[in-house]
Ligand binder design. Structure first.
Ligand code: GLN
Ligand code: ZN
Length: 766
């Protein structure tokens, strides 16, 4: 029996890579220094995996920015607009071209936009989307993979296993940049280059090559299935003497099982954490010879593996296949988990004993192999840890569980239907048509951030800190009044992050010091950990909202983060279904909504920025998710009076296929991201005849550019063509915390002017 790992975090345990890349981009270090940091990280990673006793250790899983972008450079998939970077500018060759593709290039008289970035399947890791043209050619343009293998082989010998993004997923995850062709048809041109690369790796000594094909676990068309068959048959025919491992993850193979197990390769990897139920079918269809890599250790979470549970799966596989055809592995690349639990010195030891980060997960892989081979000693300590977590009072709070089980449909519904509420709210707030507002945060300047840092360090007392935050809040309110916004916000100056702020005040959450995970390029995030039943010991936002409301006669909007977003951006419990955890958070937020209402706050916004990104990869699983996600939102928003106005905000607003569920959330007002698509996203709302009020973002806050009044009037005119004008709000498309004050002021002044013009120019039919 073998063990393997599919990929290891590459940011370094102290985020060395982040710092080195940023220094290199700023011209503070040169390429050799950057490469030196990379070399040290890779060697440390390999040593860690050797020490853990892993048999097949990944290489070429390192990346300066993103593995999909590495693949594009390797294959020569370089959009035309970057060729100037190589030809006209004196650079460090491919590496600068590479960073230009990732980040854009605005120097030396050139102004080239970056390539598009999007989420890697359902993770919070973002990859750079390959751009294909109709006449796309492929060739080995950047030979880095050979060097990566060469140095890995020096460190690891035969254990070194080069990893590549598989050819079919590479095409599927990319985009056609012109009309008139289907990128999947490029497979015929692409495969020969993979053949060349794999053959060369074999010549250099590689025994195994791992090809990541996550798309094999998605809904596939007939043509896409054929592309898999074609690609792997062609590789099998033209490559020999090297073992190919095809790695799938994040979903079950389902209807692709037959296809996957019959690919002419040596081994197939399946994710048994996300989809344990697929093991039976895979085993029943698996042909003789094929080896099976069982992904039993969660590569995307922070919990200790339950060995007994994993052993059941491993033993089932051994029984059917024999030990020599079974490989034990994490469910996916460990890229998505934090690096080293040992660095966490402040976590409660009882809870820490239930956790495992990437380094610890490797030890678990090796331990499972030993246990499967009969070493039962290792099992006992694990059993104890699992049992302690199962029964700990730190995790389990009966009151919370009872409250969740008692949720009824009535708890998830407003008192009256929207038209009734709308009338009552109109009378209460008496807002003009096209009311103006913002999404919540105002610029988090360096001053504000330093304030928080000083307070955390103890250099400021609570009183001093709050005084400064109060002043920032007052200034922001005065200014909103001056420019004439209708519904004000307090600015969120007291918040570090929209999830962390609530997690820190809720029971059942913990925070790490070093639990960083790569989000994109040099950007890393440190998600909170939900370890126990969630409850709300005290008010969370009342103090600041009330303070703000007292500064003005205008309506002040209270600002909360919704349960699905809190769930989505945290490491969650794996000992209960996600919907149960979400409902616990929903009840806590619900209580906060009521507390705000009681404190006299008439408008409350519950942000569900991440509801769209939580959508399951497989269509068949979406209705269930949408049901519980929408219901959780309704739980947070229910129980208030009809005259309390509930807003929600969503960032990534591709709603075409889920619009009925968005409508079912029944928020009185929804604000969404539409400005970049020129209101195109609104068609879904129009087509559905979305009944409630809606604020389609009229300017893109992701860019410092100040939009003109005319532009925004024209967007509003477009919106009014599609939806009843009396239901429209005027707002930017997201929070303003990443912006600077000057551009924010200029843009919002123009926005208020646009609303005024709209009131004159666009007729309202009641
Ligand atoms: N209220 C939050 C803010 O304004 C919303 C942020 C978001 O949607 N990502 O920052
Ligand atoms: Zn947003």
């Amino acid at each position: 029996m073998l063990t393997q790992n599919l990929g290891y975090p590459r940011i370094g345990s102290q985020r060395q890579l982040k710092k080195a890349c940023e220094n290199y981009w700023a011209g503070k270090i040169d390429l050799s220094e950057l490469k030196e940091v990379a070399r040290a990280i890779k060697e440390a990673n390999w040593q860690t995996q050797l020490d853990a006793g892993i048999d097949l250790i990944p290489c070429n899983d390192f990346s300066f920015y993103d593995q999909v972008l590495d693949t594009s450079l390797m294959l020569g998939v370089i959009p035309q607009r970057y060729t100037q970077v190589l030809s006209q500018v004196k650079t460090n060759g491919e590496i600068d071209l590479y960073f230009a593709m990732a980040r854009g290039y605005q120097k030396d008289g050139l102004d080239i936009t970056a390539m598009e970035m999007t989420k890697w399947l359902d993770t919070n890791y973002h990859y750079i989307v390959p751009e294909f043209t109709a006449k796309q050619e492929f060739s080995v343009f950047y030979e880095n993979v050979y060097g990566e293998y060469h140095s890995a082989q020096k460190a690891l010998g035969k254990k070194a296993k080069p990893v590549l993004v598989g050819p079919v997923s590479y095409l599927l995850l990319g985009k056609e940049k012109e009309e008139g062709f289907d990128r999947i048809d490029l497979i015929k041109k692409l495969v020969p280059v993979y053949v060349e690369i794999i053959n060369r790796l074999k010549q250099l000594g590689a025994e195994w090559v791992q090809l990541d094909e996550p798309c094999l676990a998605l809904d596939l068309s007939k043509k896409e299935k054929e592309a898999f068959e074609f690609a792997y048959r062609a590789i099998a025919n033209r490559v020999s003497g090297v073992k190919i491992l095809v790695a799938t993850y994040f979903e079950a193979l389902l209807d692709n099982t037959q296809l996957a197990v019959n690919l002419p390769v040596t081994a197939l990897h399946v994710d048994l954490v996300r989809a344990p139920e697929q093991l039976d079918e895979v085993l029943s269809l698996i042909p003789d010879q094929l080896q099976l890599s069982v992904g039993v250790i969660d590569g995307r979470n922070v919990w200790k593996n339950d060995y007994e549970k994993s052993l059941q799966q491993i033993n089932k596989a051994i029984e059917k296949l024999g030990a020599d055809r079974v490989i034990i592995a994490p469910s996916c690349s460990l890229l998505h988990s934090p690096i080293d639990l040992e660095l966490e010195t402040a976590i409660d030891p009882e809870i820490k004993n239930w956790m495992a980060f990437a380094k610890q997960k490797l030890t678990e892989v090796a331990a499972l192999k030993q246990i499967a081979e009969g070493n039962n000693e290792l099992l006992d300590a694990n059993k104890k840890a699992i049992a302690s977590r199962r029964s700990s009072q730190k995790v389990h709070k009966q009151v919370v569980k009872d409250r969740v089980s008692a949720i009824t449909d009535a708890d998830a519904a407003r008192n009256s239907a929207f038209p009734v509420r709308q009338q009552i709210q109109r009378e209460r707030f008496n807002l003009p048509s096209f009311p103006t507002t913002t999404i919540g945060s105002f610029p988090q300047t360096d001053d504000i951030r330093q304030l928080r840092a000083k307070f955390k360090k103890g250099d400021l007392t609570l009183e001093q800190y709050e005084k400064e935050i109060e002043q920032a809040t007052i200034d922001a309110i005065r200014w909103q009044e001056e420019i004439g916004l209708d519904v004000l916000v307090h600015g969120e100056f007291e918040r570090n992050d929209m999830v962390e702020y609530f997690g820190e005040q809720l029971d059942g959450f913990l925070f790490t010091k070093n639990g960083w995970v790569q989000s994109y390029g040099s950007r890393c995030v440190k998600p909170p950990v939900i370890f126990g039943d969630v409850s709300r010991p005290k008010d969370m936002t009342v103090r600041w909202t009330q303070f703000a409301a007292a500064q003005t006669d205008k309506p002040m909007k209270g600002m909360l983060t919704g349960p699905v977003t809190i769930l989505q951006w945290s490491f969650v419990r794996d000992d209960q279904p996600r919907d149960v955890t979400t409902n616990q958070i929903a009840l806590a937020i619900h209580d906060e909504v009521l507390a705000l209402e009681k404190a006299g706050v008439g408008i409350v916004q519950i942000d569900e920025a991440a509801i769209r990104e939580g959508l399951p990869l497989r269509k068949a699983k979406r209705p269930h998710y949408l049901d519980w996600a929408v219901k959780a939102f309704r739980v947070t928003a229910s129980g208030v009076q009809d005259n309390t106005q509930i807003h929600t905000h969503m960032c990534y607003s591709e709603f075409n296929d889920i619009i009925e569920h968005i409508a079912a959330m029944d928020a009185d007002v929804i604000t969404i991201e539409t400005s970049r698509s020129q209101m195109e996203l609104l068609h879904a709302f129009a087509h559905f005849e979305y009944p409630n009020e809606i604020g389609p973002g009229v300017y893109d806050i992701h860019s410092p550019r100040v939009p003109t009044t005319e532009e925004m009037v024209s967007l509003l005119t477009k919106a009014a063509d599609l939806l009843p004008a009396q239901n429209l709000w005027v707002n930017p498309d997201c929070g303003l915390k990443t912006r600077k004050w000057p551009e924010t002021k200029a843009a919002l002044e123009n926005m208020v002017a646009a609303a005024r013009q709209a009131r004159e120019q666009i007729s309202i039919e009641a």
